[in-house]
Design a protein. Structure first.
Length: 95
């Protein structure tokens, strides 16, 4: 799989997530990892991707090539989780 400089790794700690931020500490992406440590979901911020909205999601399916799938809109549960995480980060001064 090809990676661009600054991409989050496709494998991480099992059942974890990582963030990608720009030089101004603006959130660009969250990547969620499954129980096996492989990327499971990206949530991208800061741009609308073919009408999927901002933020939007990319599922990962490791049985397909490429594993990162086309964009889709967030589900209501995913949207609420992102809101909660963003509030938690703000409340803890991590931004």
């Amino acid at each position: 799989m090809n990676y661009r400089k600054g991409d989050l790794p496709s494998k991480g700690l099992p059942d974890s997530w990582q963030e990608k931020r720009d030089d101004n500490n603006t959130l660009l992406q969250r990547r969620y990892y499954g129980a096996d440590g492989h990327a499971q979901l990206n949530v991208d911020y800061g741009h609308d991707h073919v009408g999927a909205g901002d933020p939007h999601a990319h599922d990962w399916n490791w049985a397909l090539r490429p594993p990162r799938q086309p964009p889709r809109s967030l589900t209501s549960e995913e949207r609420q989780l992102q809101y909660n995480l963003n509030q938690e980060v703000d409340d803890n001064g991590k931004r």
